[in-house]
Design a protein around this ligand. Structure first.
Ligand SMILES: CC(C)(COP(=O)(O)OP(=O)(O)OC[C@H]1O[C@@H](n2cnc3c(N)ncnc32)[C@H](O)[C@@H]1OP(=O)(O)O)[C@@H](O)C(=O)NCCC(=O)NCCS
Length: 186
């Protein structure tokens, strides 16, 4: 894989993925300090404004071993965040993750962002993209299937989440050879 040296800007004409900026902090806070985000991701809980400040400062320019970016609407307002990480460099495997602001859910934003990151993964030479979701996270599992990922199995009690709750983890994968033409074309 040819991992980027700078955070890429990606768009499908409706949403844009771009580097995080200090002006995003309040919207990052709104996105992460939410019961679903705290239940279904690894964000700190309770999530504070200082957590949002540190998230933006840490990730504004970081690309290795992965990057976190803002998902923005046509007004350049943050409607979520998503990330692409190296899962296994030698094997060409990346991993996607995402979180959408409560006010913007149910509009296909996570689906669009995931498709952009999957197609980007192919451009940098990845052969497989992985997506893990807690078994109880129906919305995230729906996003994975909508983007063409295959549900490949369940790791029982594999993650200790916020609130000391154990989660089964459903693993999904999509292969470069699964998507022809690219997912954003359809
Ligand atoms: C998961 C999440 C990112 C989805 O974002 P979104 O932009 O609303 O997702 P989309 O609109 O692209 O797609 C949501 C899909 O889930 C479905 N969905 C939503 N709630 C659902 C539920 N309770 N049961 C079943 N399906 C559900 C929607 O119908 C839609 O699928 P469809 O278009 O095939 O009908 C958002 O709910 C979120 O931020 N949750 C908290 C953080 C999180 O869970 N991150 C993922 C960790 S793996």
């Amino acid at each position: 894989m040819e991992w980027p040296r700078h955070i890429p800007t990606l768009t499908d004409g409706v949403i844009t993925l771009r580097a995080l900026e200090p002006s995003d902090i309040d919207d990052v806070l709104e996105t992460a300090a939410d019961p679903a985000s705290e239940a279904f991701t690894t964000v700190p809980s309770p999530y504070t404004r200082q957590d949002a400040v540190e998230f933006v400062e840490t990730n504004a320019a970081k690309v290795w071993p992965g990057f976190e970016v803002a998902i923005t609407d046509s007004d350049d307002r943050l409607v979520g965040t998503c990330g692409l990480r190296i899962r296994d460099e030698d094997s060409g495997v990346t991993e996607v993750g995402y979180m959408v602001a409560p006010r913007a859910r149910g509009q296909g934003i996570a689906t669009r962002a995931t498709r952009l990151l999957v197609d980007y993964s192919w451009t940098i030479g990845a052969a497989r993209v992985a997506l893990d979701a807690f078994a109880g996270n129906a919305a995230s599992r729906a996003v994975a299937l909508r983007c063409g990922f295959v549900e490949e199995g369940t790791l029982r009690s594999a993650h200790l989440g916020n609130g000391d709750i154990r989660h089964d983890v459903v693993v999904h994968g999509i292969l470069r050879t699964d998507t022809d033409p690219p997912t954003t074309a359809g």
